[in-house]
Design a binder for this molecule. Structure first.
Ligand SMILES: Nc1ncnc2c1ncn2[C@@H]1O[C@H](COP(=O)(O)OP(=O)(O)OP(=O)(O)O)[C@@H](O)[C@H]1O
Ligand SMILES: [Mg+2]
Length: 384
């Protein structure tokens, strides 16, 4: 367990700035997620920590000490890749033992301290000692693969292969675990269960973890803290709850799944209520702070209203709320735990989630409805 610090990291590939001054600190034992769209620099940041990429400027510190001059295998890290990257010709046991053997080899094994090549770091050069057997056995047990040691990766399911990769990453007892989209090759059900496998393991071993993903749900559900990246920069950093509750920009709001992001302008600002004109809709918004720059009259903003914050009733039924809007259902979908509707309201379309719908009792396109939501449920973010 160790603190990891990325300090003003910069990395260019030709004219492209993949990292443009990334600074963040991952606390000891923390699981920190890097979330961002494709090409935002997540993998490059992780590879700089791993030593697979050398930054042009800035520093990477683990436990307070710069690791830039150290080779990847000299850094106290374990890494899990999206593609598993298992050796197909090695058994599960030898795949997991690889990390230990590579380390022994790098520290002056039979062939001296030269570049480590997977093909050479074998059972022949490093026959399993009782200690190696114990460590590999422990790592496999931690990922519930104790009985699979002699199987080949090709005989295992994707989820099992990813657990082998996880065992291989932790067998050297690294202080830091680096995971690059480890679950994106798995189907949804497996992804969700592997999430908790990784989280439990990380907490049990108290490893500091850096977890790269472009899946906002994964980041929100797993991370102690997270950073949203865009074009090589960190655009917001905080706990999942804080980022979800108060996205700093429209980009962040959009990225973490704000389906309703209405462009508007502040038209009134009384003591505790701000009024925003969003096209034909006039919304009351609870003021967050008197001095917020997004709350001055005339400011162009975007209003975030979450689908689950909006109440829905038939047009002829009463509905009391700070904001009441009449609308017409355009489309409805039964999602099991919720029904999701697209409702045309004024000159915009709002997405509305109704929890616990009765199957078969879905509203139909054309149904007239009333929507209501509280002033406190609307979040204002800067326009850009
Ligand atoms: N070795 C390389 N040579 C040239 N360009 C690269 C190299 N590695 C990354 N890039 C570029 O740097 C930018 C950041 O890439 P990176 O792989 O870090 O993004 P990412 O956030 O991990 O994206 P993804 O979600 O697609 O994995 C991209 O535009 C990518 O094309
Ligand atoms: Mg990547």
């Amino acid at each position: 367990m160790a603190e990891v610090r990325l300090q003003a990291l910069e990395k260019r590939f030709d004219r492209l700035k993949a990292l443009d001054g990334v600074t963040l600190t991952i606390g000891e034992g923390e699981l920190f997620a890097l979330l961002g769209s494709s090409g935002s620099g997540k993998t490059t940041a992780l590879r700089c920590v791993a030593g697979l990429e050398m930054p042009d400027a800035g520093d990477v510190l683990i436990g307070g000490r710069s690791v830039l001059s150290r080779q990847p295998y000299e850094r106290p890290i374990g890494m899990v890749f999206q593609s598993y990257a298992l050796f197909p010709h090695l058994t599960v046991f030898d795949n997991v033992a690889y990390g230990l053997r590579a380390r022994a080899y790098a520290q002056g094994g039979p062939l001296g301290k030269t570049r480590v090549l997977g093909a050479f770091v074998s059972r022949r050069l490093f026959p399993p000692t009782p200690e190696l057997r114990r460590k590999v056995g422990d790592a496999l047990a931690l990922v519930s693969l104790a009985g699979e040691a002699e199987r080949m990766p090709g005989q295992l399911s994707g989820g099992m292969q990813q657990r082998v990769a996880l065992a291989r990453a932790i067998v050297t007892e690294p202080a830091v675990l680096l995971l690059d989209e480890p679950l994106s090759n798995l189907d949804r059900k497996l992804r969700v269960s592997m999430r908790s496998t990784i989280r439990k393991l990380q907490q049990q071993l108290r490893i500091t973890a850096l977890y790269v993903t472009h899946d906002q749900e994964e980041a929100l559900s797993l991370a102690d803290r997270m950073a949203i990246m865009d074009h090589g920069r960190v655009v917001q950093l905080g706990t999942p709850g804080a980022i979800y509750d108060q996205p700093a920009t429209a980009f962040v709001a959009d990225f973490i799944g704000a389906e309703n992001l209405l462009p508007g302008e502040i038209v009134a600002n009384e003591s505790d209520v701000v009024t925003v004109q969003c096209g034909a809709l006039r919304l009351k918004v609870a003021a967050r702070s008197g001095s917020s720059p997004t709350e001055a009259i005339g400011t162009k903003v975007r209003a975030v209203v979450r689908p689950q914050s909006i109440g829905l009733a038939p047009r002829d039924a009463p509905l009391a709320a700070d904001n009441c809007v009449e609308g017409v259902v355009r489309f409805g979908a039964y999602l099991g735990s919720a029904a999701r509707y697209e409702v045309a309201a004024g000159d915009t379309t709002l997405i509305v989630d109704v929890p616990d719908p009765r199957p078969g009792a879905l509203l139909a396109a054309g149904d007239a409805v009333r929507l209501g939501f509280a002033a406190g449920s609307v979040i204002l973010v800067p326009e850009t």
